[in-house]
Write a protein that binds this ligand. Structure first.
Ligand code: HGY
Ligand code: MN
Ligand code: MN
Length: 416
């Protein structure tokens, strides 16, 4: 009976992922950024699915949509599932959305099976994880865990709007950095289901695996300032070309990361001013994203890149600036919670595999409040942050079966 229930629920999950992906700020692609109109529509749709699963639905001050299945047991603690509903630009259908919609489906299956959970369940659709609008990730899960800071509130988007202004507009009143949604003692743990966004599970022929640790991540904005001038009349020797300096820096970022594997470093966007064909760029701003499984290596690499920017600017008589917008240490997943999850993976898949995550996840932030575990789901060619992101229906079904098994085990095991 339950396999049929699960395969039906997996089919509905596929349909919902497709439907959610069509909610976007940019026609013809999937793009939803913090507090955008599409995020409001996405929260309404996901909230309706939560409601249909008998979850009590609310939206908090930072735009997280939260569905709660209250246990009948007095003073029951809460198990939290979650991931993010915002996306990168021109995203795929699964990054984030899977970790919100799959637990809703799992709760529906559990309820259809008549299983009474001795704990409450909360499914959270975080409002901002990718850091697209403010170049700083995890604003949603930071709000949910009480970790938003006054400096987060001062972050500015490309239009110069601050987080504080955007939140005040959304809430119709000034908003202070919110307290955590729960006290540590009231939580059992957190499980995030997420596509692997890498090639390992596919190479091993597995639908799912568990995450051992999540890489640390430093993000920054780097600026070079020179002197705008006429592209036709300014001799090369007299130029202070900010874009040429930035280009040299970008290649140095790539070279340093290649020399320090498994370090990864990326320049994702660049803006040049005034941005005209016949004007030597006077100023440039670019993004920098540096990651490594070990914190000291990541920090050393970031410092080396600051020195590189300084040396290039000196040699080219440019000004430069490096402003860190985010700095998150590496996080290990909880051994005991991951062990329980592994039992479900083995029970459903026959075997399990533990692998590290180079991508960041809301679990990094939630780990400050409660033990976290992550279930990785195979995605084709490991492709993500791309519209061709794809998870096969049988892998969705496997992941759903694992989470249903996990909840069932939790139901019959004293919530230690
Ligand atoms: O950038 C990341 O690692 C994640 O996709 N937010
Ligand atoms: Mn992502
Ligand atoms: Mn993600």
């Amino acid at each position: 009976m339950s396999t049929n229930l699960i395969s039906q629920a997996a089919k509905e999950l596929t349909r919902r992922l497709d439907q959610l992906a069509r909610i976007t700020d940019v026609r013809g692609e999937t793009t939803r950024t913090f507090m955008s109109p599409a995020m409001g529509r996405a929260n309404a749709l996901v909230g309706a699915w939560m409601h249909a699963a008998d979850l009590d639905v609310r939206e908090d001050a930072v735009g997280n949509v939260i569905g709660r299945l209250r246990s009948k047991r007095p003073a029951a603690r809460t198990f939290v599932f979650g991931s993010h509903l915002d996306t990168v630009k021109n995203a795929g259908r699964f990054d984030g959305a899977l970790g919100v919609l799959l637990p809703i489906a799992a709760v529906e299956v559990i309820r259809r099976q008549g299983i009474e959970l001795p704990f409450s369940v909360e499914v959270v659709g975080f409002s901002e994880e990718e850091g697209v609008r403010f170049s700083s990730a995890y604003l949603g899960s930071k709000g949910y865990t009480g970790r938003l800071t006054a400096s987060d509130f001062k972050l500015e988007d490309p239009a110069g709007r601050t987080v504080a202004q955007v939140l005040a507009e959304h809430n119709g009143r000034e908003v202070a950095p919110p307290r955590a949604a729960h006290a540590k003692k009231d939580l059992i743990g957190y499980l995030e289901v997420h596509i692997e966004q890498g090639p390992v599970l596919e190479a091993k022929g597995l639908s799912a695996g568990v995450v051992s640790a999540i890489s640390g991540q430093t993000r920054a904005r780097v600026g070079f300032t020179g002197h705008a001038g006429h592209a036709g009349t300014t001799p090369m020797a007299l130029r202070k070309d900010a874009l040429a300096g930035a280009a040299e820096f970008i290649l140095a970022v790539e070279a340093l990361a290649k020399a320090r594997s498994p370090l990864v470093a990326t320049v994702g966007w660049i803006t040049a001013h005034p941005g005209a064909t016949n004007v030597i760029p006077g100023s440039v701003e670019l993004s920098l994203d540096v990651r490594h499984p070990r914190n000291e290596e990541r920090r050393a690499a970031f410092e080396a890149l600051e020195e590189t920017a300084k040396a290039i600017a000196k040699r080219r008589s440019l000004g430069f600036s490096v402003k860190a917008t985010q700095d998150n240490g590496a996080v290990s997943c909880s051994g005991s919670l991951t062990e329980l999850l592994e039992r479900s993976v083995r029970a459903c898949q026959g075997s399990s595999l533990a692998l590290p995550s180079g991508a960041g996840h809301d679990a990094v932030i939630v780990s400050s409040l409660t033990p976290v575990a992550m279930l990785f789901v195979r995605c084709r060619k490991g492709l993500s942050h791309h519209p061709d992101e794809y998870v096969q229906p049988r892998d969705l079904e496997m992941a759903l079966a694992i989470v249903v098994d996990f909840l069932t085990r939790m139901a019959y095991q004293p919530a230690s």
